[in-house]
Each structure stands twice: as C-alpha cells, then as structure tokens.
Design a protein around this ligand. Structure first.
Ligand SMILES: Nc1ncnc2c1ncn2[C@@H]1O[C@H](COP(=O)(O)OP(=O)(O)OP(=O)(O)O)[C@@H](O)[C@H]1O
Ligand SMILES: [Mg+2]
Length: 140
C-alpha cells in the first residue's frame, strides 16, 4: 500500500507539515519511493536574453531551496527520495506527475503561500483533490 508517495511542496509551513506527514506515512507502510515535487511557472520567452537566463537561474535557486527544506522536514526514511522541479501550473503539473508515475497517494498542504485568509483550501489543493488519479492526503 502507498508504494509511491508524491509530496508537493511550495515552501509554505503547510507544505512542511505535509512533508513530515509524508515521511511518517512512508515509514509506517514501508514505501518504496518518496517523490518530492515543486512546480514553477513557465518563464515567458518574450523576456529575451539575458533576462530569460537570469529568470531561469533565479527560479532554479528558489526551487532548490524549497526542495532542500522539504528534504530536511522529511528527515530519515527508508524509502528512496527523489526531488523534481516541474514546470507549469502547479495543480496540473502535480496531477501530470501523479499520472506518469502511477503515484499511490499525493500528500500536500491545505494552504500554501497564497495570502487569502479565511479560505480552508487553496486553489492548488482544491484542483488536485478534484482531478487527481489517486487518493490525496491534505495536511493542515
Ligand atoms: N508550486 C507548487 N508546487 C508544488 N506544490 C504546490 C505548489 N503550490 C502549492 N502546492 C501544494 O499545495 C498546497 C496548498 O497550496 P495552495 O496553492 O492550494 O494554497 P494557497 O497558496 O494558500 O492558495 P492560492 O495559491 O490559491 O492563493 C501547498 O501546501 C503545497 O503542498
Ligand atoms: Mg498557492
């Protein structure tokens, strides 16, 4: 059960809670793979050079930092850990990865970095819950 766990992170506290939960789950059910993904918006080519390269480099540094923090929150797990920055709309990219990897469960936060107070679920988690090909564990 839950051989492959897909953990989606965006650098928020909720996502770090999700990382801890994914870690506990992986250890509890002896998962084989914990795939940590962060999605970033496509960088428009109209920026031109060198601006596009600068934007890509900044984005890369940012996603690496988010993935590093998530790995720290995951800590020790017996499962193999893989990290992957993905491009595109967050929810669509997460669903796409879940489909191609045949993930058994997606673990993510209820809210993220977005600022709209009062909302119980952010738009990313709402969209993933609605369209995911597998169970989704939403962590507060
Ligand atoms: N770019 C992303 N890459 C990977 N996972 C993400 C990304 N954005 C959000 N998530 C995941 O979705 C969870 C919920 O974030 P979501 O974006 O739905 O809430 P929000 O930022 O508060 O609201 P909104 O984005 O609608 O303003 C996060 O805790 C994280 O697990
Ligand atoms: Mg968000």
């Amino acid at each position: 059960m839950f051989e492959e766990i897909l953990l989606a992170v965006d650098g928020s506290e909720h996502a770090l809670n999700a990382a801890r939960m994914a870690s506990d789950l992986a250890n509890a059910v002896n998962s084989r793979l914990l795939l940590i993904v962060v999605a970033f918006e496509r960088i428009p080519s109209y920026l031109g050079e060198p601006n596009m390269q600068i934007a890509i480099n900044n984005r890369l540094k940012e996603t690496e930092k988010i993935l590093r923090k998530a790995r720290e929150a995951v800590g020790n797990v017996s499962a193999e850990i893989r990290t992957e920055p993905i491009e595109g709309d967050a929810a669509e990219a997460i669903i796409e990865v879940a489909k191609t990897h045949n993930s058994d469960v997606i673990v993510m936060g209820s809210r993220g970095l977005g600022g709209l107070a009062g909302m119980l679920l952010g738009s990313t988690s709402q969209k993933v819950v609605s369209h995911a090909p597998c169970p989704v564990l939403i962590v507060r």
